[in-house]
Ligand binder design. Structure first.
Ligand code: GLN
Length: 492
């Protein structure tokens, strides 16, 4: 059984050497055996998954038409609402919450005949870069259990890297698909803002959040994107654009594309020399393939982190005000010693929010409440919006000169678990190369470029103009073909 790409899985399902039930059982067995250590899942749904698999097997036997992900077992980040499984955002605030509806992405997966294995771990409400802040404990990197798998979609990335799902869906607000993809040695794509509906994606920072795929190969990204993309009237920011055959993009030959890079980013002293070396090799390789290499400047890039860490917490503070102990999930026990200075209702809100949210979420709510407050709105939030526009304009002019921008996904390989947990500024700097794509709303992907001498994966990022996903997949696919990249699992 070769499970290192969706194409090979599809081939085996099509020639009936493998049934979807056998395949699903294989993943469930591996989860039972290996996920105790990795903790990529918060919830596994064996019955639901096997039922879906049996349905697909029956459809195949009857010669019925099937969706693009027919019979393929997939994991989804536990921030997408599912009717059949709990949706917790790894927060005590939503412990035990059952959504009355499915997210658009979940509906799309079901329409594509995918098999949903379960819900994956994340940083609480997707705020973080290490999948350590969830209330049920951290996920571990399958390449080295003492290292982080990145975040916030770390559970999704780890599940694919460890062979506990054939593909996964994560979300990316400031890098949460690309950074864990790089850290776990898998492929990850953040689509153009609006390409995939946010209906049923629990909001962290609404103007930045976007769901997207993880897979072992570039083609896998295209196939899953094909399944989940498309207009949805229930999300007012969903784009009216036709879906494309993204799965075919990865295998197309590269046209003489213009590939840009920012010399300062490659020269940065914080960038691991082995990652730099691989990026320089990649540039040479694209040149050899007939691409034109262009040196670029993104003058406002250095403001991306401060801008993001004003915009994202501002939106988070507003979005998370809905968790009041009354409407969703967790409510604190009444306090018998409650004094009379405050109404019992207000006291219940306070207690529920104090007990329900973890420290990182509280930090962001406080930051965002501050930056949106009457006295500081102009100085922080409005200013950040203006800089955000300048960052987008830098990209607009860059994409007049190039088809894609190549660079690192992360400055280093995965750090030790716990190393940055109590140092938010260090954790925020993780996002140096990823947040600007979200601020600008452009698509970006990360692909593995081999293992570092320390045995840990390294990633390469490609960013493109809005709606240029197909081109990015083609450019990424060509690189993997050229280096003869063989996808492999972190665990046998
Ligand atoms: N690490 C970033 C943050 O903490 C990005 C998170 C994300 O993309 N969801 O906000």
């Amino acid at each position: 059984m070769d499970l290192t790409s969706l194409s090979s899985i599809q081939r085996q399902l099509a020639d009936r050497s493998l049934s979807s039930r056998e395949l699903t059982q294989h993943y469930l067995d591996r989860i039972a055996k290996l996920d105790g250590d990795i903790h990529s899942y918060l919830h596994v749904d064996p019955e639901g998954a096997l039922r879906a698999a049996d349905n697909v097997d029956a459809k195949r036997a009857n010669g019925e038409s099937m969706g693009v992900l027919a019979g393929i077992p997939i994991s989804v980040k536990d921030i997408l609402c599912t009717r059949s499984m709990p949706t917790t955002c790894a927060s005590k605030m939503l412990s035990g919450y059952m959504s009355p509806f499915d997210a658009h992405v979940i509906e799309k997966l079901q329409q594509s005949d995918a098999v949903l294995l379960g819900k994956t771990n994340l940083d609480e409400f997707a705020m973080g870069g290490s999948t350590e802040t969830g209330y049920q404990g951290p996920s571990r990197n399958p390449w080295n259990l003492n290292r982080t798998c990145g975040g916030s979609s770390g559970g999704s990335a780890a599940s694919v890297a460890a062979g506990l799902a054939a593909a996964s869906i994560g979300t990316d607000t400031g890098g949460s698909i690309r950074q864990p993809a790089a850290y776990c040695g898998v492929c990850g794509l953040k689509p153009t803002y609006g390409r995939v509906s946010r209906y049923g994606l629990i909001a962290y920072a609404s103007s930045l959040d976007q769901a997207g795929p993880f897979g072992l190969t570039v083609r896998d990204l295209g196939l899953v994107l094909e399944a989940i993309a498309g207009h949805d009237p229930r999300d007012s920011t969903s784009l009216h654009v036709d879906n494309e055959r993204f799965s075919e993009a990865a295998d197309k030959p590269v046209a003489p594309y213009r590939i840009g890079f920012v010399p300062e980013h490659l020269a940065s002293p914080g960038l691991d020399p082995e990652i730099r070396g691989k990026l320089v090799e990649a540039i040479a390789l694209y040149k050899k393939l007939g691409c034109q290499i262009v040196e670029l400047k993104l003058p406002h890039h250095r403001f991306a982190i401060p801008t993001y860490y004003i915009v994202a917490p501002s939106e988070a503070s507003s979005n998370l005000s809905r968790y009041d102990g009354a409407h969703y999930g967790f409510r604190s026990e009444p306090d018998k010693n409650h004094g009379s200075s405050e109404s019992p209702l207000v006291a219940m809100y306070k207690r529920s929010r104090s007990q329900g949210f973890g420290n990182e979420v509280k930090r962001r709510i406080m930051l965002g409440t501050y930056t949106l407050s009457a006295g500081y709105y102009d100085a922080y939030y409005l200013k950040a919006l203006k800089v955000r526009r300048l960052i987008r304009q830098d990209y607009d002019s860059a994409f007049e000169q190039v088809d894609a921008i190549l660079g690192p996904t992360t400055p280093t390989t995965p750090f030790e678990l716990g190393a940055k947990k109590d140092d938010p500024v260090q954790m925020y700097l993780e996002d140096l190369y990823t947040v600007s794509a979200n601020l600008a709303g452009i698509p970006a992907l990360s692909i593995p470029i081999g293992l570092h001498s320390n045995g840990l994966p390294m990633g390469l990022q490609l960013q493109g103009a809005p709606l240029s996903e197909s081109k990015l997949l083609t450019i990424a696919g060509a690189y993997h073909r050229e280096i003869d990249y063989q996808p492999r699992l972190a665990l046998a």
